[in-house]
Design a protein around this ligand. Sequence first.
Ligand SMILES: [Zn+2]
Length: 366
Amino acid sequence: MGVNTNIEESRDRRVGLIYDEGMCKHSCTDDNRHPESPNRIRAIWKKLQYSGVTNRCLILNAKEARDKDIELVHTKGHINLIKQISSEKFSRRKRTLEEFNSIYFNEGSSEAAYLAAGSVIEVAEKVAEGELDSAFAIVRPPGHHAEEDEPMGFCLFNNVGIATSYLLDERVDLGIKKILIVDWDVHHGNGTQKMFWKDPRVLFFSVHRHESGSFYPDGEDGSHVMIGEGPGAGYNINVPWENAGCDDADYLAVWDNILVPIAKEFCPDLIMISAGFDAAIGDPLGECCVTPYGYSMMLHKVRDELSAFWPTLAEKLPKKVTMKRNPYIQEAMLVQTRSQCKQEVSSGRKIVRWTTKHFSNTTGEQ
Ligand SMILES: [Zn+2]
């Protein structure tokens, strides 16, 4: 993977980026023109390199997710399926995939799925810890269609669902209590919706083609009447398009009139974006017309208009955490005793390390 070599300059820059060619090993061997191809993320990475964006970001190494983290939202049976599928014989793999809807597997699928899920956890955790202001994980296979016990719609593990549950359930020490998930992929995020259906800690917002339930993933899950249940009632918001061709004006009207006002009221501690880009102009499946400018405005509104309503993470982190009880903080403090920022080569990969003032300022240890 590429790496930012300008450490002095990157020290103050706090946007993280993850990309790893391992996620390109997953591909459709039957159809080299399949829309979910490795070139989707290769093109993004090349563009960011060519434009110099990678030099202004902190490049993180991709990580494979741990089973215990994936288990937060997926069944053990599902995890075993994805873990073993790439080592199966071709004929058996082919039989297995016939059980599922819009799924392909090859010998690189297992590694790619674990890297995608682990990389989203990695960036989410770094932002939650205050080491980054924001981050972008360029990952595939995608995740938002994957349900608790079923891969579907090109999705194997629900990457955003896993990272969201990881922060809320496994890293309570970070003080992240409410997460907004914005899903602007042109398809409904059925898997993510189900994972947080009864959970008021997560506001799931999806805008997608629906067309009375006839657009993929089909059915009523993506309808506007699907609002969550029990304590989660009101924390699931679907904006269904009833036709193709929606453009910047349609999306920005939804942002201004629905998403931003509701998100301000929800007041999230952290925002995840399921940033599928198949609503983009020219996409053969989405058939919508969102321009690059439109996407930039959607991100701008989510990031900047809401930021004034967040307490800063530094203020929200626990003020007094004993070292013994909190291995995460302990680890962070150890990192801080090293040089402020150093680069090293490990296992043939360059790793950029940096430290943050957050930990010493907020743990009450100094
Ligand atoms: Zn999609």
